[in-house]
Design a protein around this ligand. Structure first.
Ligand code: AMP
Length: 435
């Protein structure tokens, strides 16, 4: 009995036009990553479950796809590219450090699928392992700016916060230790639900009024980067961990200026928290106004993760671009250059009749040898059917070689868009269709 073919929820197939767009995004980002000295890395899709477990936080851990393999080993599909990177670093002591790598690959999370949220999705990661310098964090932010700019993004904001500032702020406001995570989950929603709703939710959780006031006197204020940093410095200056965070943010901002990230593209945002447990320093998240879609990149510093994987502890920082959301934005705002989604085939050589297959095949080979992407029609169907095939596939040119053309040593070159037909020699075709 035949079954209806199905695809798993949150997972997708990509056919030609979208596939080309994805490749364009990957190629563009790769060019930017390599311009900054990042080297490629690939790791397996499947890791030991214990490598993945206990790294992301309780909620995220539930989303890891886990199963037993044929040898009854507990394994899992990678949840991100950061933990596999740290495993590689822990297993490869002789890496040249700082180790700068990029990895562009699929990851899997058992999330509830919705717009911009899939179960299989690609991340494009750049990370620097082995540097405590804030310069490394600044470079990561610069790569986000460069990558998105190279893809034609014009209005985006890289939000920046610092885990030490959040720790210091929790101390300053006397947030009970066991409620810190929950409090920040609410504060993280500030953009979505607004100041008053955040206040109400915190209050409903039983957080003291004075604590809420202190928290919101820092997180709830708006202003320029320097105003916000001055405000948080004034409040957290006496709390060592907080002061350290503020000082690193100041340093980061100074470096961003030095490496040419315009201030309009980044914003200190003390409400931005980020879910993953492993961050220890500056954190980054990029959002766009339009279309309404979650963050298009996210990252930060994670100085303890390599150590958690069994190796020596190495400081590290990095960012993941979300390929799916970037592609969704480019599609929705029609940002891709037309050539990106155009078919790669330049010309279809038709088959006039069974007797004339050979000259068509020979010409196609000649064009391919000149690096012109050429299809031959596979059979001697009616010419109309062959032209329709080219038209449906968006192939811009068609070549017809009938008995008259063969006798005269020429071919008919048809422009499928203008429908103009010219009788030209094979070498003229090479010139006309060559790049
Ligand atoms: P994270 O690893 O959660 O920090 O995510 C980094 C980036 O990956 C985000 O900014 C998103 O662009 C992308 N991303 C995260 N989760 C998903 C998902 N379920 N579907 C598509 N993209 C995602």
């Amino acid at each position: 009995m035949k079954t209806t073919p199905q695809i798993l929820k949150g997972m997708r197939d990509f056919l030609a036009p979208r596939m080309r767009l994805r490749r364009y995004v990957i190629d563009t980002l790769t060019t930017v990553f390599e311009r900054y000295g990042f080297e490629p890395l690939e790791t397996p899709a499947v890791e030991y479950a214990e490598t993945l477990e206990g790294k992301y936080g309780e909620e995220a851990d539930k989303l890891i796809y886990k199963f037993e393999d044929r040898g009854e080993r507990r394994v899992g599909l990678r949840y991100d590219l950061t933990v596999p990177l740290c495993r590689v670093v822990a297993m490869t002591p002789d890496l040249v450090r700082p180790y700068k790598r990029y990895q562009i690959a699929p990851v899997w999370r058992a999330e509830k699928p919705q717009k911009g949220r899939y179960r299989e999705f690609w991340q494009c990661d750049v990370d620097i392992v082995g540097s405590t310098s804030i310069l490394a964090d600044a470079e990561v932010v610069k790569v986000v700016y460069e990558g998105l700019t190279a893809l034609g993004f014009q209005s985006f904001v890289i939000k920046i916060n610092h885990r030490k500032v959040l720790t210091g702020l929790a101390m300053y406001a006397n947030v009970p230790t066991d409620q810190i995570a929950a409090v920040y989950r609410v504060i993280d929603k500030m953009d979505k639900i607004g100041l008053q709703s955040v206040r109400d939710e915190l209050s409903a959780m039983g957080i003291a009024a004075d604590t809420i006031d202190r928290l919101l006197a820092v997180c709830g204020t708006r202003g320029s980067n320097s105003e916000l940093l001055a405000n948080v410095q004034a409040k957290l200056g006496n709390i060592p961990v907080g002061a350290e965070g503020v000082s690193e943010l100041n340093e980061l901002v100074a470096y961003l200026e030095a490496i040419g990230v315009p201030e309009s593209y980044y914003q200190i945002d003390l409400t931005m928290v980020r879910g993953l447990d492993y961050y220890t320093g500056p954190i980054f998240e990029t959002t766009v106004e339009r279309p309404r879609i979650g963050s298009i990149s996210g990252g930060g510093r994670y100085d303890r993760l390599v150590g958690m994987l069994g190796g020596r502890e190495y400081p590290a920082t990095g960012v993941a671009f979300g390929l799916e959301r970037i592609v969704d934005v480019i599609e929705e705002l029609a940002m891709a250059p037309a050539a990106v989604t155009a078919p790669a085939t330049k010309v279809l050589v038709t088959i006039f009749s069974p007797e004339l297959i050979d000259p068509s095949l020979a010409l196609a080979e000649q064009l391919r040898s000149k690096a012109i992407n050429t299809e031959t029609y596979l059979g001697a169907d009616r010419l109309g059917a062959q032209l329709k095939y080219a038209d449906r596939k968006g192939i811009p040119y068609v070549i017809i070689i009938g008995p008259d053309e063969l006798a005269a040593g020429v071919v008919v070159l048809r422009n499928m868009q203008t429908k103009e037909e010219r009788r030209v020699t094979a070498s003229e075709v090479v010139v006309l269709l060559g790049v």
